[in-house]
Each structure stands twice: as C-alpha cells, then as structure tokens.
Design a protein around this ligand. Structure first.
Ligand SMILES: [Fe+2]
Length: 583
C-alpha cells in the first residue's frame, strides 16, 4: 500500500511516500525550487518521492494532507462572530482551505494525468495530529506523552496527548488566538528579524543577555492552572485586526503581529540591520526564558496527568533546541524524542503515519533515527555531471577532480581540514528537516579559535552572535557534554564540559553550550568514519558542521554543490568519492 503524504499551501511545503507504513522518501519543496521555506503545492517534492518509490501517481492508494479545513470549524465561526472584527487572516485561511480540498485536481493538472486515473482517496489529517504522529509513530516508545506546539495550524497552536502502540489520544488543545509560536514570532519581528523562520536568531542571541524583562512578559503571556497558557491579546494584532500572511507559490511572509502596546511596554523596536543594543538582547533572553517556562509548565502538567516518562514533541516551537535540551532537567520526563523534521515539513510524514497507524490501525513499522530520505546520486552520475559542467560552464573550466578509495578520501579530507580548510561534504541522501546532518554539510576544524572568521571569509556572511554546531561521535558524548543523550538531529542543546571549552572553541557558544549532533556508525557510517579519522589524528572526535549553502536552501544536487563551491572560497568539494579542487 502506497501513501503519499503532503504538507501543502503552508510554509515548508513537502512530500513523502510510505510503502506499507515504511518511509521510502521525503523532501521539502524548497530544496528543489531553491526558495527557502517555499509555501504552495509541493509538486516537485511529489515527483521526487514517486520516482524514489518507483511508482506513478496512479499507483498511490491514499493521499494524506496535513490540514483539515473542517477541524475546529465551530470554534472558528464562534470566534469570528464574538470578535466582530476584520477577518483578514480567517478569510485568507478559508480560501486556502478550499485549495486543500482540490488536491487531486492540482495533481492532475501538474502531472498531466486525467483526474479519473488518480484513484487514491484524499484524507485530511488535522495539522497538530499530524505533528504528534510525525514524532510518536517513528519514536522508539510503545507509549509516550505527546506535545505539538507551534504558531498555528487548523486554528490550533498547541495539542497535548498520549500515544500507545498505533493509537493517539488527544488530551488538550490551545486554540486561536493563543499561541506560544505567535508570542515568539512577534518578538522576533520586534527585534528586527522579520523573515519567515528567523526565530532561531533570537534563540542564538539569548545567551548574551540577562532576562530582565520577565516581569513585563508575565503581562503578555499567562500560565493557566490547567497546564496551558493564554496571550494577553492587547499586545498582538492577529486576534483583533488580523494579520496578512502569504502562503502560496513562494517565500511565506507574515506581517508584523505585535501591537503598539508592545512598543509602549518594551521600548522602541529594532529596525532591521540596526545595531543590537543590550536592551534588545535582554528582551531576546527574556523571551527565550519565558518560552522555556511555558513549555515546562505544559510538560509538568502533562507528566502529572499521564504518568508517562517518555515524551515526543513536534511543531515549530519544538525546534527550539535550547528549550529541548533543558526538558530532562526541568520536568520529570526521562526520555525525549524529537523527529528530524519536527517543523511543518514533517507534517507530510505525520499525516501519512497518522492515517496508516491510527486510522487504518496498522502496526507501527520501525523507529527512525536518521533523516537521509532526500536526493541522492551515484558516483557515476556525479562524474557525468562534473564532466558536463567542466565542458560547458566557463566558471567550471578550472576545476579538476579525482576519484579516491574510501581510505584515501577520509585521509585527504582530514588533511585539508587540518590545513585550515573549509570542506564541502556532499554524500548519499539529503536530509529531511532543517539541519544538515553530515550529508549536505560544510566542515571545519572545531579546535580553531578563528573558525567563525574563516567561514565568514570563505563562505557565509552571518550574524556574529550565531553559534556553529558540533557533530560528535556518539561514543564520546559523555566526555564532552553534560547530561546529553542521543541527539541524532541537532534537536537539543547541552552544556559542554568546562574543561572542553578551550578544546573546541569554534563550536562552544558564549554560554558554554553546543547544539550537538551525535553521529552513529549505524545510521551514517561514512560521516562517522570521517570524524573518527579526524579523531585519530587530533584526539578530538568532533567536526564543526554547518549546512552546505550560501544564502539559499541547503544544496540538493551536485550541480548546486559545485555552484556553491565556485561562488565561494571553499577549499575542496567532496561529492561521494570524488574530490573537486581548483587548478
Ligand atoms: Fe505546525
């Protein structure tokens, strides 16, 4: 049985294919369209997933989409009547909803196949149930407490529940206009980071300040005795006036959500590119701290209610790796699973799993500990591409390449890293989810004190306050990190042991933490071997890993990797077993 799962007409649109409940392929549309967070119908991702599964759309049994326009309809209407205010947001979401119900028509047009030939039934799965399923059904737990938390989806911002075997039970929800995601996004905009998905910048900034605005924030968001929370809507525009959001055919945008009252309370907002003052930084610190407090409040209540020690979390707010890393310390939960695509792209997979496991009551297949379900190319394909580019592209004329054995490859790459090299490392299947996890990565020596300058000079211009991440062999986690467990998807931040700060300065954030990826030999043997070769030479089982891109989505194909190499001052480019250099 084939299920095509979709996240469509929403940020980070994506597709996946399940065969008898097993994940065959999954990718974000942005990787193929080359526009970050691309929102719309993910036709290129669909084509890729069908190709990987070796099937055509006619062979798909079910199409699941992670939106249910009928979900919470009564609440939507009630809210509309009660408020009697501008319905900009709701209207745009309803128009959007009509599209959600025309998936087959859209597929038929895009694939040029008569609609009568698409026999698949289309199933709408509520956004947050999709988030919950995207975590629980691929987690290692038979039973777990569940939390989905984000900006909004299907009029809901937060959903708690429990999962047992192949069933999910919803316990509580927080509905529009109350949203922890909106709270975080509003302050992100207020601090001058106005692009969709900029929240991680506030998280990166937070360790530089003091949480001096917590008192003020207590008036903005309230913890409730029922284990949930509410916003003071006077600080926001979305509830009363509506906020324009664009979700179709490109980069998603959201108009400023904060109201004048927020500016009165917190002082002048920061204009983009303006210098960050200590006050701005302290607001970031306070917002991050308050967000953590709200998450722990929800989780402590959830633990009390369920008595379960295992936890699965997903949703945009669950991308807050700093908060995720503090869950074990601040709640009674003992194990936490966050999927590689915990953001909206992951709802494509979640909707498919929810339908297969929960609705069809099929047994769960297997936990997922890797994210490598995207584009992939053989060495032969890569060589053909390189030959073509060399012959046809002016900029590529000056490259030379060598095909190496595995042993030679690891040695060559490590030698280059030791020689202050910045390495483009393109291997196997691309990652599903926002993090590069060793298959589409740029690698640098983590022991360098000038790594930031090196990367800025050779590749990326980015804010100086943002940290770089360490990939560490999972066998050595204890030696370098305090209290860290398995972190396969860079989804949690943990403190680096004090005595190691000076050993790996390039990946130690200002507060002594690191957003680590634990690398296992079973899920990524090549990356594991490369880091181990570096360890043999240096004694340090870690590499600095940043995503392979330059102001664009992560590279998806060898051509894009080569273009990035040619545009920048990257030292060597490694595509499979092929090493590319400038002559
Ligand atoms: Fe979401």
């Amino acid at each position: 049985m084939y299920i095509l799962g979709l996240n469509a007409y929403h940020g980070d649109s994506s597709a996946c294919v399940l065969k008898d409940g097993k994940l065959i392929a999954a990718t974000e549309e942005e990787r193929i369209r080359r526009i970050k967070h691309w929102a719309g119908f993910p036709i290129e991702a669909i084509k890729f997933c069908l190709k990987e599964a070796g099937i055509s759309i006619e062979e798909v049994d079910y199409i699941t989409i992670s939106r249910d326009p009928s979900a919470n309809l009564q609440k939507k209407i009630l809210h509309t009547i009660k408020k009697g205010v501008s319905l900009n947001t709701l209207v745009s979401r309803f128009t959007n909803s009509r599209k959600v119900s025309n998936v087959k028509e859209e597929l038929s047009n895009a694939l040029n196949i008569p609609i009568s030939k698409i026999k698949a039934e289309v199933k709408n799965i509520e956004h947050h149930r999709s988030h919950l399923a995207s975590a629980f059904f691929v987690s290692p737990f038979d039973e777990a407490a569940l939390l989905s938390i984000d900006g909004f989806g299907d009029f809901t911002s937060t959903m708690t529940g429990t999962g047992k075997d192949n069933q999910i039970t919803v316990l509580d929800t927080v509905i529009y206009p109350h949203s922890l995601g909106i709270f975080y996004t509003s302050f992100t905009q207020y601090l001058g980071f106005d692009s969709y998905g900029d929240e991680y910048k506030v998280m990166g900034l937070a360790p530089y300040g003091e949480p001096t605005y917590l008192k003020e924030l207590e008036d903005v968001i309230h913890l409730l005795p029922n284990g949930l929370f509410e916003l003071n809507t006077a600080y926001f525009k979305h509830a009363k006036e509506g906020v324009t959001m664009a979700w179709e055919g490109g980069y998603p945008t959201i108009e400023a959500i904060f109201s004048d009252k927020m500016v009165e309370k917190f002082g002048r907002l920061r204009i983009k590119e303006e210098e960050l003052t200590q006050e701005h930084i302290n607001i970031a610190t306070s917002v991050q701290r308050m967000t953590e407090n709200v998450i722990f409040h929800i989780l402590n209540y959830l633990h009390k209610k369920t008595g379960l020690d295992n936890l699965c979390i997903a949703g945009g707010v669950a991308q807050n790796s700093v908060a995720n890393g503090k869950i074990l310390q601040n709640t009674p939960f003992k194990n936490v699973y966050v999927p590689s695509a915990g953001h909206d792209a992951g709802t494509a997979l979640g909707s498919a799993l929810y339908f297969y496991n929960h609705e069809l009551k099929k047994p769960r297949v297997e936990p997922i500990w890797h994210a490598y379900t995207g584009s992939n190319f053989s060495d032969e394909e890569i060589e053909t591409i390189l030959k073509y580019e060399k012959e046809n592209k002016e900029e590529a004329k000056n490259i030379e390449y060598q095909i190496l054995s595995n042993e030679e490859l690891y040695k060559t790459v490590v030698d280059s890293i030791l020689d202050a090299g910045v390495i483009g490392w393109f291997q196997g299947s691309a990652e599903f989810g926002p993090r590069a996890l060793g298959n589409r990565s740029i690698l640098v020596d983590p022991r360098r004190t000038d790594a930031k300058e090196l990367l800025n000079e050779k590749i990326k211009r980015r804010e100086s306050f943002r940290p770089f991440a360490p990939s560490i062999l999972e066998e050595y986690v204890e030696e370098y990190f305090e209290g860290a467990d398995k972190v396969p998807f860079m989804e949690k931040v943990y403190p680096i042991r004090k005595e190691k700060h000076s050993v790996i300065p390039a990946v130690t954030h200002v507060d002594g933490t690191g957003r680590l990826q634990t690398v296992s030999a079973s899920t990524n043997p090549r990356y594991h071997k490369l880091i181990d070769t570096f360890r043999e030479k240096t004694g340090v089982p870690i590499l600095l890993n940043t995503s392979f891109n330059e102001n664009e989505p992560i590279v998806n194909t060898p051509q894009e990797a080569l273009n990035c190499f040619l545009r920048t001052k990257m030292d060597i480019l490694v595509l499979g077993n092929i090493v590319v250099r400038r002559k």
